[in-house]
Design a protein around this ligand. Structure first.
Ligand code: BTN
Length: 232
């Protein structure tokens, strides 16, 4: 396993690409701060000092849904364990934001480069301040009042990803499904159309069931875009 620790970088997602070779080696790239942290949908991910920002590559995982589950369940479980003592319960906002009390504490980005999946996780750990346009963002520090040890976090998250990636696909899918928010009013774009309804459940193979007016419709999770939860 190769572990690279940087002080500052544009984005760990781009940096890791030059280390991914044909060698079957796991790689982790951490940065204390990112100048242009990448978010989903061409957005930026606010990445000041105090957060945990890293990208990783697992050479043995070649299936997109599998890597999606490993990444989401690892980030979720890691955060769940860290905030347990504060009686906080995180949940997954589909597709893969980790939320606590309606605040986003972690974002996940998976990109494909030369047929390889690069996973990026950004956890707002000790961040004390967010710009006013990031209304839904928060940090573990702001939610718990505790400053966490980032050095220990790096070691623990690597161990967590190792542990979670040894689980079966079925076990990962179960854990993912059990921790997403259902009964929420949602809005998303599918097939160039905007849909609004209530998320009923996630079925097998990433199909979500949504009640729209008096109908129940199924949508493939990976084909919906601009997903958001609507507050009532
Ligand atoms: C999102 O919520 O839109 C996804 C955010 C992903 C952020 C992480 S931080 C580490 C890695 N490097 C990046 O540039 N982005 C990901």
């Amino acid at each position: 396993m190769k572990i690279i620790e940087l002080k500052e970088v544009f984005s760990t997602q781009d940096y890791i690409k030059k280390y991914i070779s044909e060698k079957k080696e796991k790689i982790f790239v951490f940065a204390e701060k990112q100048i242009k942290g990448k978010g989903r949908g061409n957005r930026l991910f606010y990445s000041p000092v105090g957060g945990l920002y890293f990208s990783f590559y697992l050479p043995d995982i070649e299936d997109e849904k599998h890597i999606f589950l490993i990444t989401s369940v690892s980030a979720f479980t890691f955060i769940e364990e860290k905030v347990k003592e504060f009686n906080l319960k995180p949940y997954i906002r589909i597709p893969n934001d980790i939320m606590i009390n309606k605040k986003k504490v972690c974002g996940i980005l998976i990109e494909k480069s030369e047929n390889k999946f690069i996973c990026g996780i950004g956890i707002n750990v000790n961040t004390t301040f967010f710009p006013s346009d990031l209304k839904e963002a928060s940090s573990l520090y702001l939610l718990t009042g505790k400053k966490f040890n980032l050095k220990k976090f790096k070691k623990d998250i690597i161990e967590k990803i190792e542990e979670i990636s040894s689980l079966t696909y079925e076990a990962l899918y179960k854990r993912y499904s059990e921790n997403i928010t259902i009964s929420k009013k949602i809005e998303f774009l599918y097939d160039n159309q905007i849909f609004r309804g209530v998320l009923n459940e996630i079925k097998n193979d990433f199909v979500i069931s949504v009640s729209i007016n008096d109908k129940v419709l199924d949508f493939p999770l990976f084909e919906i875009f601009n997903f958001r939860e609507i507050d009532e």
